[in-house]
Design a binder for this molecule. Structure first.
Ligand code: MLT
Length: 205
């Protein structure tokens, strides 16, 4: 159990929400989102193990928007192993984990989808980027993915959001994109859209 985290048990048979914060955040930031998306779900909220000038992240970057791919792959597997260990330790169903990530946290959630078959039952990605290019994705048939994107997001241009949608759909994922006009910010309307999507695509206990 080598990652700082918060675990909150959920109702019987409810999914587990894997909460993944943005750069400079921590394991407490996204807890209110779980209440909106699925109050009956268990919650595993994790702090990224990498520090960039004191700011927690889930993997290193070389510059703004330029990822250290070797570290990205290493950290993706590290997070996956942590979720496996946490499922055993806390007794939740590993096959029913739904990632909810914002920005850097959405990027590592997307990286789990890109690199590890069966890692996630579904994913809510708020303002994600394309985590990696030029690799073959695992079969993502039956995996619903919500992308919250910004028409004026200075960190992730609309074309990159559409590229991510295309890559995930190409692997069989069922992707819904919700567009906002609030830059890279995560707004209440976007969280409410994610919650409505979740009720349709994952269900609520
Ligand atoms: C990243 O590095 O993951 C993206 O640039 C988003 C962020 O600022 O965290």
């Amino acid at each position: 159990m080598n990652m700082k985290h918060v675990f909150q048990p959920g109702a019987e048979d409810a999914p587990t929400l894997l909460l993944l914060h943005g750069t400079g955040g921590n394991e407490h930031d996204l807890l209110p989102l779980a209440q909106v998306i699925d109050p009956s779900a268990a919650v595993l909220s994790v702090r990224g193990n990498v520090l960039e000038r004191g700011m927690p992240r889930f993997f290193r970057r070389l510059a703004m928007g330029v990822f250290d791919e070797e570290d990205l792959v290493f950290r993706t597997h590290e997070l996956h192993r942590f979720v496996n260990d946490a499922a055993e330790h806390y007794g939740f169903d590993r096959s029913s984990v739904v990632a909810v990530g914002y920005s850097n946290g959405a990027n590592i959630a997307a990286s789990m989808l890109f690199h590890i078959p069966g890692a996630l039952r579904a994913a809510v990605l708020h303002h994600p980027m394309v985590p990696r290019r030029g690799i073959e994705l695992p079969d993502l048939s039956g995996v619903p993915v919500f992308i919250g994107a910004g028409r004026n997001d200075p960190i992730c241009a609309p074309a990159e959001s559409e590229e991510l949608q295309g890559l995930l759909e190409g692997a069989g994922a069922d992707v819904s994109v919700h567009w906002e006009n609030n830059g890279h910010r995560l707004t209440h309307t976007e969280v409410r859209a994610a919650a409505a999507w979740y009720r349709m695509n994952v269900g609520e206990n």
